[in-house]
Design a protein around this ligand. Structure first.
Ligand SMILES: [Zn+2]
Length: 103
């Protein structure tokens, strides 16, 4: 699987985990907010100008998320990050945002 594909799958899984724990959503049916966030994240990754050579999003100079989605995804990462560590190898984890940072 390509890096972008793997990241897209991971992000989607993290959002699903978050939605299930916080909004009563399920793996297959996310709440409207998380569903929007998932498509947004998906779009950002497919449009990533670095493509397959991209590094971790948190060390990326672009920070392509708008404010609204950045706040949402940060909550998702904070919630799902530690939980995903229990389920997946470390290298599958994406760090989209700096934990606690403002950008
Ligand atoms: Zn949700």
């Amino acid at each position: 699987m390509s890096r972008i594909h793997r990241e897209r799958a991971t992000v989607r899984e993290m959002i699903a985990l978050y939605c299930r724990g916080n909004h009563g959503g399920s793996e297959t049916s996310l709440c409207p907010v998380c569903s929007d966030l998932a498509s947004y994240a998906d779009g950002r990754l497919s449009d990533c100008p670095f493509g397959e050579s991209k590094g971790a999003c948190r060390s990326c100079p672009i920070h392509c998320y708008d404010d609204e989605h950045r706040i949402l995804i940060r909550d998702v990462m904070r919630y799902s990050g530690p939980r995903m560590l229990l389920r997946r190898p470390l290298d599958a984890i994406v760090h989209l945002v700096r934990p606690g940072g403002s950008a």
